[in-house]
Design a protein around this ligand. Structure first.
Ligand code: PLP
Length: 234
């Protein structure tokens, strides 16, 4: 077995074990394999092991890989998730080539994705990215503004608001990790109480996956744990 297939199996068993440990229903947490900076060979290897959902941060890199894979392995129907910062002049290729966008954090972006999603495509699934730790440098809507944003965009055609996403400030303490995820979950519950139907909490990366599952994550975004460490210099 290859390293990627070993890692993938280990991450999946870890997810199943952690669901059990925290009383989460079996298979309530989906795995998004974050393939940014890794080549199409790595993605094909993961796809051969059954992985279908892949997350990318950098638009041009993602578009190149998506086009190549469509050509070279048409037998795999892959699901593409955009999880990086979005420039408003780059929404069209996102609306045309992705199935999910996790990083919507302003109304303008949602409007553009809604208008630019091709009419014959299924609705684009979106999550609102929340700046849950209140960091100045982070993208994401402030927790205070999430409800208004969600209400404004939830009726737009061709996009479907599925839930919330966050990348909390990195901390190693498990209790502190849980605390940030717990706040995101509470925010999601507030929106649901206001009549917005949501089913996705996109939270948890390689270093905080257990805390995220403990606090109700439905989709963990794992890069390093599957593909190894990233080399940005390449
Ligand atoms: C890179 C990235 C991940 C994956 O992080 P790992 O620590 O490698 O698991 C998840 N989510 C977002 C938004 C990312 O940018």
């Amino acid at each position: 077995m290859s390293l990627i297939s070993d890692n993938l199996q280990a991450v999946l068993s870890d997810i199943r074990r952690t669901e059990l440990q925290y009383g989460r229903p079996a298979s309530s947490v989906r795995l998004l394999a974050v393939s940014k900076t890794f080549g199409t060979d790595a993605i094909i290897e993961a796809a051969r092991c059954g992985q279908r959902a892949f997350g990318e941060n950098y638009l041009q890199e993602a578009l190149d890989k998506i086009a190549f894979l469509k050509q070279s392995v048409p037998e795999f129907t892959l699901e593409w998730h955009f999880i990086g910062p979005i420039q408003s002049n780059k929404t069209k290729p996102i609306a045309e080539h992705f199935d999910w966008v996790h990083s919507v954090d302003r109304e303008k972006i949602a409007h553009r994705l809604s208008e630019q999603r091709p009419p014959d495509y299924p609705d684009l699934n979106i999550c609102l990215q929340v700046n849950i730790s209140g960091e100045d440098s982070k993208s994401g809507v402030s927790p205070d503004d999430v409800l208004v944003l969600a209400e404004r965009i939830s009726g737009l055609p061709k996009i479907r608001l599925r839930g919330l996403m966050a990348v909390p400030a990195p901390v190693t303490d498990f209790v502190a990790q849980r605390e940030a995820f717990q706040r995101l979950h509470a925010l999601q519950n507030q929106l649901i109480a206001r009549g917005i139907s949501l089913d996705t909490l996109s939270m948890g990366m390689s270093s905080d996956i257990h805390a995220a599952i403990a606090e109700g994550s439905t989709m963990v975004r794992i890069g390093t744990g599957i593909f190894g460490s990233r080399n940005y210099a390449k």
